[in-house]
Design a protein around this ligand. Structure first.
Ligand code: C2O
Ligand code: CU
Ligand code: CU
Length: 490
């Protein structure tokens, strides 16, 4: 009997009264279902997104001061289809300048929503966003230069699901809120008054801001959900500012079917799944035999960085979501064996190699310049890439449209999640080794720790010097502090 079958067959016995799983279930709040705007059937009018301030109860009875998009905290789940043009009206009603970046979309720089496309308070930004890519889970968040961390933490983030003909026809669970769930995972700090807090110090900039409380779709974990018998699909976003999350299931392995840029070639089973801030993965859970299962999160999955690593020796596991099976019949299909067949770029096509060194400590002279260039570092020293903190009117790299390139990334210290705008790429190596199988498909995030991480990337859309793309560390405090650069594609 393999490990999986053993765990499955022993699963019922493991869930006895008094077990941690039963406890988590009993004490859990219901999983909030994020409102969905489903555009796949057609778009008849412009799509309004209003960035607004709000008051939100994370489930502890306190009203936290938050930001949201069309609601008090976070944004809607937008579902649209490859081939559609999304005509957005993004209204900024927050009282502070912001932007809205479409993370993961293959779109030209002038509609990318990066730091050059500021939306002043009271103004409306009206990008027409063409969806050319395959089915994939993307997201949108503030990308205001020097303010991304605070605004995203406060709630300016939402999920954008792209479907295509084959994903809509695929034999996969797809009934939203029944057997198909979107999970936005975040870590939060709450003050003595129970309200969401965000405090910055030099030490916070070192690691990025990490909260001690896991929140799922805006509710303090654990949360619980009743699901029908059969396969259940979880589309998961790590929307933490800085925290790596190591996901596992209480019963059996994690079955991963998609990464940032779309479906894997076939499902991948893993003991655990390490998600950096900004990453997305889709997972299938078999609720055919077990009455209960749970998604667990090790809050110190990144290891090394941060508070829990020291306090708990790198293991601070909490239950994010318990799934409880009802008697209802749900998705009747079986675990797929083939998912997608998207041709990767050929390594031999790469004509250009670029190297990027992510730097934590750039010295006092550069730190002074970084601040003059509107980077935000609190009391900490500035950060940089290739010796240069982010500067809004400096273009760091010029890429030729249609070229396949090899980008090599290294660090001087710590673990960082590196992100590139306007593309999906393939990871050739991560920290000097092949990526785990679940990270070998289409990605727009790569982990960089020791050794080189290398990605093979092709840029097919234009980004001019007035609307360049960004590449940066997705620890948002590092990004704000200057660990970001700009490139054109022409
Ligand atoms: Cu998720 Cu440049 O961003
Ligand atoms: Cu992005
Ligand atoms: Cu970083």
């Amino acid at each position: 009997m393999n490990r999986r079958a053993f765990l499955m067959s022993s699963g019922a016995g493991m869930i006895i009264a008094g077990s941690p799983l039963a406890w988590a279930q009993a004490s859990a709040r219901p999983l909030p279902l994020i409102p969905m705007t489903d555009l796949t059937a057609g778009i008849s009018e412009r799509i309004s997104l209003t960035l607004q301030s709000g008051a939100h109860d994370f489930g502890n009875g306190a009203k936290s001061t938050t930001l949201g998009i069309n609601q008090s905290y976070l944004g809607p789940v937008i579902k649209a289809k490859q081939g559609q043009d999304l005509p957005f009206d993004v209204t900024n009603a927050t009282g502070e300048t912001s932007t809205l970046h479409w993370h993961g979309l293959h779109i030209p720089g002038d509609v990318d929503g990066g730091p050059h496309q500021e939306i002043e308070p009271g103004a409306v930004w009206t990008p027409d966003v063409p969806l050319v890519q395959h089915a994939s889970m993307n997201w949108f968040h503030s990308h205001m230069h020097g303010r991304t961390a605070q605004q995203t933490y406060n709630g300016l983030a939402g999920v954008l699901l792209v479907e295509d003909d084959s994903s809509l026809a695929a034999d996969l669970p797809k009934t939203y809120g029944v057997d198909d769930f979107t999970l936005v995972l975040q870590d939060k700090m709450f003050g003595a008054d129970g309200k969401m807090a965000y405090e910055l110090s030099a030490a916070v900039f070192e690691d990025g801001f990490e909260g001690d409380t896991l929140v799922v779709n805006g509710a303090i974990a654990p949360v619980s959900q009743t699901v029908p018998t059969g396969l259940v699909r979880l589309r998961i976003l790590n929307a933490c500012n800085a925290r790596f999350l190591e996901l596992s299931m209480a019963t059996g392995p994690v079955t991963v079917i998609a990464s940032d840029g779309g479906f894997l070639a076939s499902p991948v089973e893993a003991e655990s799944l390490l998600m950096s801030p900004g990453e997305r993965y889709e997972v299938l859970v078999d609720m055919g035999s077990a009455d209960m299962n749970a998604l667990n999160v090790n809050l110190d999955g990144g290891g090394g960085n941060g508070f829990f690593a020291n306090l708990f020796g790198g293991n601070q596991k909490v239950t994010a979501l318990t799934l409880q099976r009802s008697g209802d019949k749900g998705f009747t299909g079986s675990m797929p064996t083939k998912l997608a067949n998207m041709e990767p770029p050929k390594q031999s096509d790469a004509t250009v190699t670029r190297s990027f060194q992510l730097e934590m400590d750039v010295g006092a002279d550069l730190a002074a310049l970084a601040l003059a260039w509107d980077n935000f570092c609190g009391d900490a020293g500035a950060m940089a890439i290739n010796g240069q903190p982010m500067k809004m009117d400096r273009i760091d790299e010029e890429v030729r449209k249609g070229d396949t390139e090899n980008w090599r990334i290294s660090v001087d210290d710590q673990l960082h999640p590196f992100h590139i705008h306007g593309c999906s790429f393939r990871i050739l190596s991560q920290n000097g080794a092949p990526p785990p199988a679940y990270a070998a498909g289409w990605k727009d995030m790569v982990h960089v720790d020791e050794g080189w991480s290398e990605v093979l990337v092709k840029f097919d859309y234009e980004a001019t010097k007035d609307a360049p793309y960004m590449y940066h560390c997705h620890i948002l405090e590092h990004e704000d502090c200057g660990m970001m650069g700009q490139f054109t594609v022409t």
